[in-house]
Ligand binder design. Structure first.
Ligand SMILES: C[S@@+](CC[C@H](N)C(=O)[O-])C[C@H]1O[C@@H](n2cnc3c(N)ncnc32)[C@H](O)[C@@H]1O
Length: 285
């Protein structure tokens, strides 16, 4: 089934494939608003007290950066992105934007990214922007004050559940195919499931996860908070998933057939499936 909306954004062959444009910014704004609704309008789960400095890595359009600034008016919020943040809203006095790639900025010792200075390092939907989680977490940890928090919020599409939370995807080979191409570029699209282990290995304590059912079809009456995200995912996920299959299909596998199976089973939903949106929080020891 085709979407009623035209392909809204462009993709490249880079590890992080989305091309910044008005259409892409529109996608990110919709995604953020829908995810906040999914999180029952409690978009930050780290138990912060008296924060002075917060970093939003890969801040995109600054949607969450702005929200953080509103939620924590006494803190300085630094939004960092390798693409310029578009001018979509008035910038609050407690927001500073930095343009650049995270690791490069750390390596260069950017003056606003000094070790041991942050109460919270936050990131949302960075799973396609991190090619080495151990290195990434080392950098994050170095930026945090002792007892500072790291919070990562990522989608997990790789296990699917029915409306009664039964796992239904054990035999869905197409899900594995979809992760192959990005894996060759160093990306771990299944990071949400193993992030607690990575955080513990990196020396974080009190690691916790909260999981939010993420549906692809609207009309889940018992879970009204999934509605906005379902509407968004139903158009937005199609181009990027088609690309996953194009990259991941091997000899004897037909990318288009696999993509159609994904559309039928997941997006247009024979069984009304959902994945998970996962907030992972850890404290620097
Ligand atoms: C999927 S978007 C999410 C944006 C925002 N966090 C949100 O939830 O709307 C990922 C963002 O991270 C940025 N990004 C990806 N990898 C990055 C990196 N290594 N350093 C800096 N920014 C990065 C991209 O430019 C993009 O704006």
């Amino acid at each position: 089934m085709s979407t009623s909306q035209p392909q809204p954004y462009q993709l490249t062959d880079n590890a992080y494939p989305f091309v910044p444009s008005t259409a892409e910014h529109n996608r990110l704004e919709q995604q953020c608003a829908a995810l906040n609704e999914l999180m029952l309008d409690k978009p930050i789960r780290a138990p912060l007290k008296n924060s002075q400095k917060i970093l939003d890595i890969g801040c995109g359009t600054g949607f969450q950066t702005d929200l953080l600034a509103k939620m924590y008016p006494n803190a300085t919020i630094i939004g960092l992105d390798m693409s310029p943040v578009p001018d979509l809203r008035p910038k609050r006095d407690n927001v500073i934007y930095i343009l650049g790639e995270f690791n490069e900025l750390i390596e260069k010792g950017h003056e606003l990214l000094q070790p041991g200075t942050f109460d919270l390092v936050y990131q949302r939907m960075l799973l396609m922007g991190v090619t080495s989680w151990p290195q990434h977490l080392e950098s994050v940890k170095s930026l945090l004050k002792p007892d500072g928090y790291f919070e990562s919020q990522e989608m997990d599409f790789w296990k699917m559940y029915d409306r009664d939370n039964n796992l239904v995807s054990q035999e869905w080979h197409f899900l594995d195919v979809a992760t192959r191409g990005p894996a060759e570029q160093g990306l771990n699209l299944k990071i949400a499931e193993v992030l607690p282990e990575h955080l513990s290995q990196a020396g974080f304590e009190g690691v916790q996860q909260e999981k939010f059912p993420m549906a692809f079809q609207k009309g889940w009456k018992e879970r009204p908070e999934t509605e906005k995200l379902a509407v968004y995912l139903n158009w937005a996920c199609r181009p990027w998933w088609r690309r996953f299959f194009e990259k991941g299909a091997r000899e004897g596998e037909d990318a288009e057939v696999l993509y159609r199976e994904f559309e039928r089973k997941v997006v247009d939903g024979e069984v009304g499936v959902h994945g998970l949106f996962v907030a992972t929080v850890g404290r620097k020891a």
